[in-house]
Design a binder for this molecule. Structure first.
Ligand SMILES: NC(=O)c1ccc[n+]([C@@H]2O[C@H](COP(=O)([O-])OP(=O)(O)OC[C@H]3O[C@@H](n4cnc5c(N)ncnc54)[C@H](OP(=O)(O)O)[C@@H]3O)[C@@H](O)[C@H]2O)c1
Length: 323
């Protein structure tokens, strides 16, 4: 049986939850076979091999969502969990509660349907971590209404069905507003703290100051910084605009001049930030586990960082035209 890179990774406290996680987390959005989002298909056998390899490797944190492939990501992870007889000791699994993909319904009743389906697909009877996912797709008033999404998830936490509740989403101002409610224990931002776009910085400041677990997703901007701007000219799930492509090419040029893989700099830009607890990397191939550990620990000369600081040209929300 082949094994993933056996190098050990440190464990960090996941905010104040008592959980401990590695500085990198396996992201399972592309594992849900979301061709519309990632522009490629992921066959089931490759997905299952990737999850099996994850459970042989040194990363202990795995992230999915009810919405990824409308349950397909959770179903695939669940298939491997059943082979293993459940979630092995020492691992942390996080999922997210989602709106109805067909109707946009984000009600409390929909949160129940989402959480109950996730439990079924993953074969679990409770969750260590669940995030309220992408609340930008409805109003603040809807989420916060009596019997609404937030109240329902909080009551799952009181019952112990959810041990720890987080908030995950896009717009930074909105995430700040949610964490100011002081009910969440973790926050996920994505595509907004990378070599190319750093607009999440004020959120990272506030969330780490409050002692939350701070999770930075999509360090490769959904792939461009891992596969390269020519092989995968997309940022945040859409064709990258010209200024982003140009910035990615400049980052690539700086990295090659220093003999550093672009993906290593992109990943360590996040992993080395003391405000960030863990960085979620999306992957759908078994070899990615060892590659990710290699990239996270690749030696990078200090002088690369100030040079790379100069390339982050994009100041706007990368998904502004996707809502
Ligand atoms: N709202 C939210 O809460 C939210 C939003 C976005 C993301 N997330 C989470 O964060 C995770 C990460 O985001 P993401 O998956 O969108 O983007 P990402 O991590 O920036 O990039 C993922 C892409 O990078 C490729 N990749 C990874 N390692 C590679 C390597 N060593 N060499 C070449 N290519 C490599 C993957 O390709 P392969 O498929 O070929 O492995 C995949 O296409 C998600 O999967 C999800 O779990 C959460």
């Amino acid at each position: 049986m082949s094994t993933a890179n056996t190098r050990t990774l440190e464990r960090r406290p996941f905010g104040r939850t008592g959980l401990e996680v590695t500085p990198v987390c396996m992201g399972c959005a592309p594992l849900g076979d979301m061709e519309g989002t990632f522009a490629y298909k992921v066959p089931e056998d490759r997905a299952l091999e990737t999850v099996r390899m994850f459970f042989r490797g040194p990363i202990n944190f795995i992230d999915t969502a009810a919405a990824y492939g409308d349950g397909e990501s959770e179903r695939r992870i669940g298939a491997v969990l059943r082979e293993l007889g459940g979630l092995p000791e020492g691992y942390v699994l996080a999922t997210k509660a989602d709106r109805d993909p067909a109707t946009g319904d984000f009600s409390g009743e929909q949160m129940k349907r989402s959480v109950e389906r996730s439990l079924r697909l993953l074969g679990l009877d409770s969750f260590q971590v669940v995030y309220l996912h992408d609340p930008e797709h409805t109003t603040w008033e809807d989420i916060n209404s009596r019997g609404g999404a937030l109240e329902t998830l909080l009551s799952y936490r009181e019952q112990g069905v959810i041990q720890h509740l987080g908030i995950a989403g896009g717009p930074i101002d909105l995430l700040i507003r949610y964490i100011e409610l002081d009910v969440f224990e973790a926050v996920i931002t994505h595509n907004r703290y990378t070599l190319l776009n750093r607009i999440a910085s004020p959120l990272l400041d506030l969330a780490s100051m409050k002692g939350l677990a701070v999770v930075n997703a999509a360090p490769y901007g959904s792939g461009i910084l891992a596969k390269g701007p020519d092989a995968y000219p997309r940022y945040a799930y859409q064709q990258a605009p010209e200024d982003v492509l140009e910035a990615a090419r400049r980052a690539d040029e700086i990295c090659s001049r220093h003999g550093v893989p672009l993906a290593a700099a992109a990943l360590q830009f996040s992993v080395r930030d003391p405000r960030i607890t863990s960085t979620i990397v999306g992957m759908t191939r078994p070899e990615r586990i060892a590659q990710t550990v290699e990239l996270a620990t690749y030696p990078i000369p200090e002088e690369v960082w100030p040079e790379l600081d100069g390339v982050a040209v994009q100041r706007t929300d990368p998904e502004a035209n996707r809502w």
